[in-house]
Ligand binder design. Structure first.
Ligand code: FES
Ligand code: FE2
Length: 400
């Protein structure tokens, strides 16, 4: 499942969608990276990924890479994944540093708290001041067991962004969860905003996702916060699907997940966090849909799954069926988004109107325009001028 719930439509002035050039422009991509990724909380994993001192999880976030590691004092810390000597990436994926973090290039070693411990052949570095050459620590926030890092900037903590919807994470017991399937990383040949636009609307479900159409009914529980976090809920239809896996899922789902309070039994809860992170809370597991921007027309889509550490047989089967249903939906979205990215390059294409069912896209596009004013232009500035034109528009907006 990876599209956001939309509320019953409310009347409002139509918002013009972003112009096609904003989905293909490499210079703009760099500005977007700064505004939406570098300065925003980025999900990296769960506390259960790093249970013991020395355990780490490293993630690429666009051109940056970060890792979270548990220290000998059992504290979690986050660092930029770059050696202070010659910039080598130090760790990758999930792993365990035995006692020290060791750079694979020349062997500089760092303590688990990031401080520099030793430089091989240190006598050849007469000027080196070890105390000033520790790893760059970055902000870390743990939200119901989920690890978030922020490389630059400030603003609200993750819990503040989720507001009252945080209660869901408490009710499901997400802080107890553990990874229950291996992550899947796929590269989609699309701009990250194409994938996010698609995530934000359900208008495409009846045509684009027949399985979801058979299974789901939207209900009217929905909220969208000024922080950029939104959430909505779905119910599973009573009418049995004519597809075996879906029907089995419906039957088991309706028997309820006894671990959870009754009000959560019949629901899928779906969260969107501005620009790049979706979290679905199903009774049987939590899934992550994360966009990692690679270039103007290339995005890594990361999927991850966490669940209760001691699932019943019933839950286990629901998890298998969940993936059997939702992984094809993900493939459908990749194809739908790829078609859009190709279409956006079309000579003289101008975007059509957004429906009231696509109001979340309109809000997202307004956020993009507010953060990066140059995106309000119908045509791309001249080559090499995107950043300077953006700075000029930002200054004039600040002065008006
Ligand atoms: S780059 Fe890390 S030790 Fe040289
Ligand atoms: Fe979709």
């Amino acid at each position: 499942m990876n599209q956001n719930h939309n509320p019953a439509a409310t009347a409002q002035a139509p918002v013009k969608p972003l112009s096609p050039w904003t989905y293909t422009n490499a210079e703009l991509f760099e500005l977007e990276y700064d505004a939406f990724f570098l300065r925003a909380w980025q999900w990296v994993g769960h506390v259960s990924d790093v249970p013991e001192p020395g355990d780490f999880v490293a993630r690429e976030i666009g051109r940056d890479s970060v890792f979270v590691i548990r220290g000998k004092d059992r504290e979690l810390r986050a660092f930029q994944n770059v050696c202070r000597h010659r910039a080598s990436r130090i760790v990758s994926g999930f792993g365990q540093c035995r006692g020290v973090i060791r750079c694979p290039y020349h062997g500089w070693t760092y303590r688990l708290d990031g401080s520099l411990l030793a430089i091989p052949q240190q006598e050849h570095f007469p000027q080196a001041d070890l105390a000033s050459l520790g790893l760059h620590e970055i902000e870390l926030d743990v939200f119901h067991g989920l690890l978030f890092v922020r490389i630059e900037g400030d603003g609200p903590a993750v819990a503040e962004m989720f507001g009252e919807s945080s209660d869901y994470f408490a009710k499901y017991g997400v802080d107890e969860y553990q990874r229950c399937f291996d992550d899947v990383n796929e590269v989609w040949p699309v701009n990250w905003k194409v994938a996010w636009d698609n995530y934000l609307e359900n208008y495409h479900i009846p045509v684009g996702h027949p399985a979801l159409q058979r299974l789901l009914v939207e209900n009217d529980e929905y909220d969208e916060y000024a922080s950029g976090v939104s959430y909505g809920t779905f119910e599973i239809r009573d009418k049995p699907s004519n597809v075996d896996a879906e029907r089995e899922y419906q039957e088991l789902f309706h028997q309820g997940c006894t671990r959870l309070p009754p009000e959560l039994h019949g629901k899928w809860v779906q969260f969107g966090i501005t620009g790049n992170l979706g979290i679905d809370l199903y009774p049987e597991l939590l899934d992550i849909f994360q966009l990692v921007p690679l270039s103007a027309d290339s995005t890594m889509v990361r999927s991850a799954w966490y669940g209760h550490p001691d699932p019943s047989d019933h839950e286990r089967r629901l998890r298998e069926l969940n993936l059997a249903i939702n992984q094809p939906v993900n493939d459908e979205d990749r194809q739908l988004c790829t078609r859009v990215q190709l279409g956006l390059r079309t000579h003289n294409y101008r975007p059509g109107p957004l429906s009231r069912l696509e109001v979340s896209i309109a809000r997202f596009h307004e956020t993009v325009r507010r953060r990066i004013p140059v995106t309000s232009l119908d045509r791309a500035p001249a080559h090499g001028k995107v950043a300077s034109e953006n700075a000029r528009l930002a200054t004039s907006a600040a002065g008006s």
